[in-house]
Design a protein around this ligand. Sequence first.
Ligand code: SAM
Length: 209
Amino acid sequence: MRLRNITGSREVIAESPYVVQEAVQLKCASSWNRIFGNENPIHIEIGMGKGQFIHTMAKGHPQVNYVGIEKYSSVLLRAVQKMEEEELSNLKFLRMDAEIVGEVFGPGEVDRIYLNFSDPWPKDRHARRRLPSREFLARYSRILRQGGKLEFKTDNRELFDFALEELGPAGWTLEACTYDLHGDPEMMAGNVTTEYEEKIGRASCRERV
Ligand code: SAM
C-alpha cells in the first residue's frame, strides 16, 4: 500500500462532525445507541480505507448504524469528504488503530464486522497485526453479540488461508466460504464492492463466520 500524507488531513478529521473524536471514543463503550440516537443494530468495517463500501452500505440500509474504522487521517479524509457531499445519519467514523476496538465498543454491542481486503502483513513475525488473526478474533468476540457475524473478503490467498486456520483456535465456526466470490451467485448476493475490489477487478475469496 502506498500512502500520501495530505496536509491538513489531521485537522479536518479532528474537527469533523462525522468522526467520533478520541476523548469521546474511550468513554463511549456501550453508548453507541446514544451517539446514533436509536437502538438500531451496529455494523462496523475495520480498515475501511476511503469508505466506498461502508457509505454504500449505510445508504442502502438506513435501519442499521454503521461505524467505519481507519488508521490513517489522510485515507479517512476521503470518506469524510464523501459524507460532506452526501450526509448519512446512520454512519460515523473512527480514526484509530483497530487494536483498541475492545475499548471503544461494549461487550456484545456489535452485530456484524466487515474486513475487506485487509493488509496481508506477509512476514511471520507480523502475523499478530493481521486483522483476521486469532488476537484480533479474540477482540471481536468480546464486542460481537451472541450469534453475531464477521464477513471477510480478500484477493490474497495466503491471508485467506491464514484466516481460515485461525478460526478453530479462536473458537469461531465457519458459516460459508468461497474461493471464487465473483463466480458464486449465492455468496455474491448483496455484495457491495470496495475501492480496492474495483481496482483489482474481482475478489477471489470470501468467508462468513
Ligand atoms: N477496505 C478498503 C478497500 O477494500 O478498498 C481498504 C483496503 S486497504 C488494502 C487496507 C486499509 O486498512 C488501509 O486503509 C489501512 O490503513 C487500514 N488498516 C490496516 N490496519 C489497520 C488497523 N489495525 N486499524 C485500522 N485500520 C487499519
